[in-house]
Write a new protein. Structure first.
Lengths: 113, 108
């Protein structure tokens, strides 16, 4: 079955450490997105990538970095510069054409201790 | 750029009808996606409204930049967070701005 996988589901890290969240899709989608979800704040866009080797900052990119070396993979690194990294992180991809539906991964809940 | 506004929280009794608003600014007429997030489950697509099928959805329409979702005779199982997403560029992916979501709570 086609879809998006994110791993791990729960992640714990010590303050000051960088951590990388995985996002893989087998939908052959060009565009991929990372969102952060906090209580009462909905989904906020961190980074997005429309094509391999290209990505743009979203609304809250500070303290995060991404790479897009392969079409199916869009890892997100939460750096020590991110002041409030504890959150739920969602990865998504979108197909072109009429449907344009976004597919979402199950998410990773990151807790920084 | 888009701005998207949604009602924050709605509490209704089971069997009631509820309208969840989504108003937005955009330079054209987007396709409007509604997603639903049930507790502990991934976001999933609920409906997709376009200029062509807008008349099939309750209230407002894309021309008015006001596209609510209407649910009739809601059940407790409909309790979830509902997000709207206006997507303007159909053929090219772009920066996507979700609404902040409406938390629907249905009580017995």
């Amino acid at each position: 079955d086609g879809g998006i996988t994110q791993s791990p589901k729960y992640l714990f890290r010590k303050e000051g450490q960088n951590v990388t969240l995985s996002c893989e899709q087998n939908l052959n989608h060009d565009a991929m997105y990372w969102y952060r979800q906090d209580p009462g704040q909905g989904l906020r866009l961190i980074y997005y990538s429309q094509i391999v080797n290209d990505f743009q900052k979203g609304d809250i990119a500070e303290g995060y970095s991404v790479s897009r070396e392969k079409k199916e993979s869009f890892p997100l690194t939460v750096t020590s510069a991110q002041k409030n990294p504890t959150a739920f992180y969602l990865c998504a991809s979108i197909g072109q054409g009429f449907l344009n539906e976004q597919f979402f991964g199950p998410g990773t809940r990151l807790t920084v201790l | 750029s888009n701005s998207v506004k949604q009602t924050g929280q709605i509490t209704v009794s089971e069997g009631a009808s509820v309208t969840m608003n989504c108003t937005y600014t955009s330079t054209g007429y987007p396709t409007l996606f509604w997603y639903v997030e049930y507790p502990s489950k991934p976001l999933q697509l609920l409906q997709r409204e376009t200029m062509e099928n807008s008349k099939n959805f309750g209230g407002g329409n894309i021309k008015d930049k006001n596209s609510p979702i209407v649910k009739y005779s809601v059940q407790v199982s409909d309790s979830a967070v509902y997000y709207c997403l206006p997507l303007l560029k159909i053929c090219t992916a772009s920066k996507l701005t979700f609404g902040t979501g409406t938390r629907l709570q249905v009580t017995l």
